[in-house]
Design a protein. Structure first.
Length: 147
């Protein structure tokens, strides 16, 4: 066999082995991964629900005033992995540093996903991003979580 063909075959075999190992490991790493938001359970709020923080109390009271109870929520708190999946009107996968830049004096932030049925019995699901500035909670953005 010609020397050139031998080197070409060896080169092709090595390349195939490297590519196979790369895509095999990549498939193993991404195959079993679940989104961080799936680690949180939906909690149903009705008029008897005891809120765990100010935001939950606000959401319950707001839903009660609009006659939307019961509603379901997932409170992600300050989970940065879930924040990366947030897609809103003002932010797309923001980092905590970006939030601090957009909201000077921000002390905390909370990401909450809400699910409820409107007056026409359609199911609405959205994610709200709240920030705490000077001891006052504000709605920073509303949108959804990408999967």
């Amino acid at each position: 066999m010609n020397k050139f063909i031998k080197y070409l075959l060896i080169f092709l075999i090595v390349d195939i082995l490297i590519l196979g190992a790369y895509f095999g490991l990549k498939g193993l790493n991404s195959g079993g991964r679940t989104p961080a938001s799936d680690d949180y359970e939906w909690v149903e709020m009705d008029s008897y629900y005891t809120p765990k923080n100010f935001i939950e109390g606000f959401l319950r009271d707001d839903a009660e005033s609009r006659s939307l109870l019961p509603i379901s929520i997932r409170n992600f708190g300050e989970n940065t992995k879930v924040l990366k999946t947030f897609l809103g009107k003002n932010f797309a996968g923001p980092k905590e540093v970006e939030l601090k830049m957009m909201f000077p004096g921000m002390e905390e932030w909370i990401l909450v996903e809400i699910k409820y049925k409107d007056e026409k019995k359609r199911e609405i699901q959205r994610a709200n991003l709240y920030v705490l500035i000077k001891e006052e909670w504000r709605l920073a953005d509303t949108g959804s979580l990408t999967r």
